[in-house]
Ligand binder design. Structure first.
Ligand code: ADP
Ligand code: MG
Ligand code: MG
Length: 204
């Protein structure tokens, strides 16, 4: 697909809708292996991000993502705010001056977002964090021709579910050591919603 401003705004709106309707679930996941605020953090952040981007006239996708980044960094407490903020900021930087955005450019943007999250969180794949979802999704998007919305959603969902059995070595869950196993990672779940929303926009 080719991306225009409307799709970028719709992505934020749909992500917000999924986050709001799964807020309690995100809270439960974070109660199990964190401090129980992930539902609140994400719902506050994406509510504000949606309010901002749906009430502003944009000429470029880069500006939509830049505003999203600013809101997430300033409104979301906890580790996830700066991490999601960094992701959107990196996407904004990669996509500057590239409207409409092609599939290949969007794939580059997601890859840079992933690199930004890794750098900011000093973490890598396999540490039971949102990176475990971003990584396979970034790889998948680089597949070029074979990229389909349904497959994107499947990839993100599977990756999220896979975090259940892994050991946390970054974030609050790492304090639990072996007891972090058996629970899905909250940030991987919110990242799954983000990519589920992306797949939805794609299908339209
Ligand atoms: P906090 O842990 O500060 O309360 P949240 O609950 O909002 O923040 O977010 C927790 C999520 O953030 C985790 O489930 C994990 O996916 C992600 N996370 C935490 N630390 C890192 C890190 N260093 N790198 C990448 N992601 C991280
Ligand atoms: Mg938390
Ligand atoms: Mg917290």
């Amino acid at each position: 697909m080719v991306w225009k401003v409307e799709q970028a705004v719709a992505w934020i709106e749909k992500t917000n809708a999924l986050i709001q309707s799964n807020k309690e679930y995100l809270t439960e996941l974070d109660q199990a292996i964190g401090d129980g605020d992930h539902g609140l953090n994400m719902s506050r952040g994406f509510q504000e991000a949606e309010a901002k981007v749906s009430s502003t006239d944009y000429d470029t996708i880069a500006d939509v993502f830049k505003d999203t980044a600013t809101v997430l960094m300033s409104k979301v407490g906890g580790a996830s705010g700066p991490l999601y903020g960094t992701a959107f900021l990196k996407m904004s930087m990669v996509l500057k001056g590239k409207d409409p955005v092609t599939q290949a450019e969007f794939a580059d943007a997601v890859e840079e977002a992933l690199n930004g999250i890794k750098q900011r969180g000093k973490a890598d794949q396999g540490e039971k964090t949102m990176i475990d979802v971003w990584h396979p999704v970034a790889d998948f998007l680089k597949n070029g021709q074979n990229v389909q919305a349904e497959k994107l959603e499947e990839t993100a969902q599977q990756a999220m579910e896979n975090t259940k059995d892994t050991l946390a070595t970054k974030g609050r869950a790492a304090y639990l050591q072996e007891r972090s196993r058996g629970h899905v990672d909250p940030g991987s779940t919110s990242s799954f919603y983000l990519f589920q929303a992306l797949a939805d926009v794609w299908k339209e």
